[in-house]
Design a protein around this ligand. Structure first.
Ligand code: SF4
Length: 389
């Protein structure tokens, strides 16, 4: 099913099931309430923490190429191995190579959306037979952050690495932060907004691999479309995201449509910005319009991503690429020419206007909502009457 069709199907289903939307909204409100409690307990000035995180992410993303090389140097110096993967297919090829070398039993320790993004679970299901014939283990973790200066990998809410095993850690290029000391800022922000906790339960900091040990630490650094976002000067700020999901909780669209409506592993307002660049502009451009523009996502974001402004930038990009529909173009042409002249606005009665608006916008508006009606009196008439009183 097309991504847009899937989104619309889930939207229609949700609009017909008020209880479902109510339940999602209540869950989200409870999460936000708990988050606000932690913020009040931990931060005297959350705005200062957010600005600092934004500035550090700016530094990381603007210098990504150099800092990733610094990271690799520091990590490999301590016997860790870095595997660069541009695409999902590259990840799968590497998985197959590891599996061919040793028949291993795979254990996934992370629930992170990256596991879904890379279809790791599906790959492992396909290799279930191997798991039955071996005791050798391969453990998969995901990194919350990697630090350029010390070559450190920060793993949160997952058990510690096992010494005798092969350990695979999955990280994306945008989880890089400049220094190990910056973890002091980012980890509490992530635990506050994502986990509603003062600090995550289990935190490991991995510096490569222990010398002369039987274990092996392989770090996959994955692009999977993120450099396409980096190419967009205006939207590259989306790469500051630390995957806390806070924007998802405050978003009325996410709370209505639900995660499934987004198709991809990343959901909610940040997916609305990223997907059209990371995956496919034609498939995902509808998400740039699937917003009420209330701006709650931008207010809550712990790294100050101006999400609603980025959606406007996305729309500008779609218009510049001539990807708007013909009917939209015609409707907006007439809308603009009428709106620019008061004499044109005043022409025709409310009945004609209601008819014309329905003709042009009914499809976009959908059947689930009541179409707004034009007042029987014009703005000028109403204004005059009001001022007479
Ligand atoms: S965009 Fe901001 S609020 Fe949304 S998941 Fe990313 S960091 Fe969290």
């Amino acid at each position: 099913m097309e991504a847009k069709q899937q989104f619309n199907t889930h939207l229609a289903f949700a609009l017909a099931n008020n209880e479902l939307v109510q339940q999602r909204t209540t869950n989200a409100q409870q999460h936000l309430h708990a988050t606000n409690g932690i913020i009040a307990e931990r931060y005297a000035r959350i705005d200062v923490a957010k600005s600092r995180a934004e500035a550090l992410k700016f530094k990381s993303i603007e210098n990504l190429e150099r800092l990733l090389i610094d990271f690799e140097y520091a990590f490999t110096r301590r016997n860790g191995k870095v595997i660069w993967c541009e695409t999902l297919a590259d990840v799968e090829i590497e998985f197959k190579k590891i599996n061919q070398k040793n028949k291993l039993k795979w254990n996934i320790h992370s629930q992170d959306s990256l596991i879904k993004e890379l279809s790791v679970n599906e790959y492992i299901l396909n290799n279930e037979l191997n798991a039955k014939t071996t005791n050798a283990q391969l453990d998969i973790y995901t990194a919350a952050f990697i630090t350029a200066d010390a070559g450190a990998v920060i793993i949160a809410n997952q058990p510690p690495l096992v010494n005798k095993n092969t350990n695979v850690i999955l990280a994306t290029i945008d989880c890089l932060i400049p220094k190990l000391t910056d973890v002091d800022l980012f980890l509490p922000l992530l635990s506050t907004y994502k986990n509603k906790q003062l600090l995550q339960n289990e935190i490991s900091i991995v510096f490569g691999n222990e010398e002369k040990s039987n274990s092996e630490t392989l770090l996959f650094i994955i692009d999977n479309g993120r450099t396409k976002i980096l190419e967009q000067i205006e939207q590259r700020k989306a790469l500051y995201c630390i995957n806390c999901d806070a924007c998802n909780y405050v978003c009325p669209v996410s709370n209505t449509v639900g995660e499934e409506g987004f198709v991809t592993a990343t959901t909610g307002p940040i997916a609305m910005i990223k997907n059209q660049f990371q995956y496919d502009l034609h498939q995902y451009k509808h998400l740039s319009y699937a917003s009420t523009m209330c701006g709650k996502c931008s207010d809550v974001c712990p790294v100050n991503i101006d999400i609603h402004q980025q959606l406007i930038n996305n729309r500008k990009h779609i218009v510049e690429k001539n990807l708007t529909s013909k009917s939209d173009n015609i409707a907006l042409f007439f809308w603009k020419s009428n709106m620019l002249k008061r004499s044109k606005i005043e022409k025709g009665g409310a009945t004609l206007k209601n008819f014309m608006l329905k003709q042009f916008f009914k499809k976009q508006w959908g059947d689930e909502r009541e179409f707004p009606v034009v007042h029987t009196k014009s703005f000028n008439q109403l204004w005059r009457e009001k001022n007479k009183k």
